[in-house]
Design a binder for this molecule. Sequence first.
Ligand code: IPE
Ligand code: IPE
Ligand code: MG
Length: 262
Amino acid sequence: MFSFLNKDQTTGEVEERQLDETNIPAHVAIIMDGNGRWAQQRHLPRIAGHKQGMNTVKTVAMAASNLGVKVLTLYAFSTENWKRPSAEVNYLMKLPVDFFGTFVPDLVKNNIRVKVMGYTDQLPAATQKAVNDAIADTKDCTGMVLNFALNYGGRAEIVTAVQKLAEQVQTGQLTATDIDDDAIDRELMTADLGELRDPDLLIRTSGEERLSNFMLWQVAYSEFVFTQQHWPDFDQTALEQAIYEYQQRHRRFGGLATDNTK
Ligand code: IPE
Ligand code: IPE
Ligand code: MG
């Protein structure tokens, strides 16, 4: 049993809660939102929020790994985030260089393997190098997969998959009727995660309740938890609270719960 101190976000009441170790979500995905607002509240430039958010990534990656999460997917930069001012985009592109530059030894020590999904060929050369080095340096780790969605968009991912399937039909490797759920899964950026490809739990911080083009196919049956904290304020307890909430849900996948009152 993992126990943690839950703090009620409205009443401030603290109580000890237990997590069920046998029901830890295997794949947790997080839309890390609210860095800018965290900074603005402190009269700091937005990039100060991104910097603090990077530290939260370290804390949460360790916490998830210790809880037994198998895949932690973090939405770090969307295909739409290029619309932001270039100074902010440049800063965000430098963060992986800082992050991996300092954190890879800890990742290796904790047996955490880095994966990246997204259109990485469009990233600046230094960012690509940081990402590729981190993947190479952690390739033999067999514990949690830390999966960064970097220049990722759910629609673009589906478009690319459809294009690949169309090419396979054109070259006669596939017929149109061969295209099923499995065929699409095989062409998505989560294909190498196998059975762990779909998030069990999706968390979005900072109060927004939307997907913003994140893992549109894979979240078909994910449980969603929205938290009020801005990402830089998210921590181990917040992750445990979200997992606790997940453990109170009854996943039915379109069927019926074994106890049909739920
Ligand atoms: C999330 O924080 C980080 C990225 C999207 C890169 P934001 O930068 O979106 O912060 P807010 O939503 O403006 O507060
Ligand atoms: C989603 O957050 C993208 C990431 C967290 C990387 P945004 O802040 O870009 O989303 P919107 O614009 O509020 O929908
Ligand atoms: Mg945002």
